[in-house]
Design a protein around this ligand. Structure first.
Ligand code: FES
Ligand code: FES
Length: 155
């Protein structure tokens, strides 16, 4: 058993982990953060995405021991003080059906808009290309992200 220290959604957290445990399982099962989901467990679907030091990563592909001392943000952190503009736009545009992909999509869109507040449709598509959605056909998701940028507030 190892103890790691991380900043999770702006809070310092200490957690005991086994060397083989993946970040996704530690977040969900030991730290009570349920937004990252296990869709494939092999890096294909994007539903387990979180921000690691501001960059979107797949938490099913990262060992928890690797993130010792680093900063992780999940959807719980993004919406701590109310819904972000991306989240509001997702609701306004009916961008989800079952919602399983939603946290990963929000993480990818948040990373994109943090770095590029006014992306083109092609840039949005590229940023979300690693997030699989089996329900929506993607168009409402693209429109939601696009509309969030038009409103000029990307928090
Ligand atoms: S569960 Fe990690 S990419 Fe699918
Ligand atoms: S809304 Fe169901 S997987 Fe995307």
């Amino acid at each position: 058993m190892h103890k790691i220290k991380i900043t999770l959604n702006n809070e310092k957290r200490l957690v005991d982990i086994e060397p083989h445990e993946i970040l996704l399982d530690v977040l969900r099962e030991k730290l009570g953060v349920k937004s990252p989901k296990c869709g494939c467990d092999r890096g294909d679907c994007g539903s387990c995405s979180v921000l690691l030091n501001g960059k979107s990563v797949r938490s099913c592909l990262i060992l928890a021991v690797e993130v010792d001392g680093q900063e992780i943000v999940t959807v719980e952190g993004i919406s701590k003080d109310g819904l972000s503009k991306v989240q509001e736009s997702m609701i306004d545009n009916n961008a989800f059906q079952c919602g399983f992909c939603a946290p990963g999509v929000i993480i990818s869109a948040t990373e994109l808009l943090n770095n590029n507040p006014h992306p083109t449709r092609e840039e949005i598509k590229e940023a979300l290309s690693g997030n699989l959605c089996r329900c929506t056909g993607y168009l409402p998701i693209l429109e939601a992200v696009e509309n969030a940028t038009k409103e000029g507030n990307n928090e």
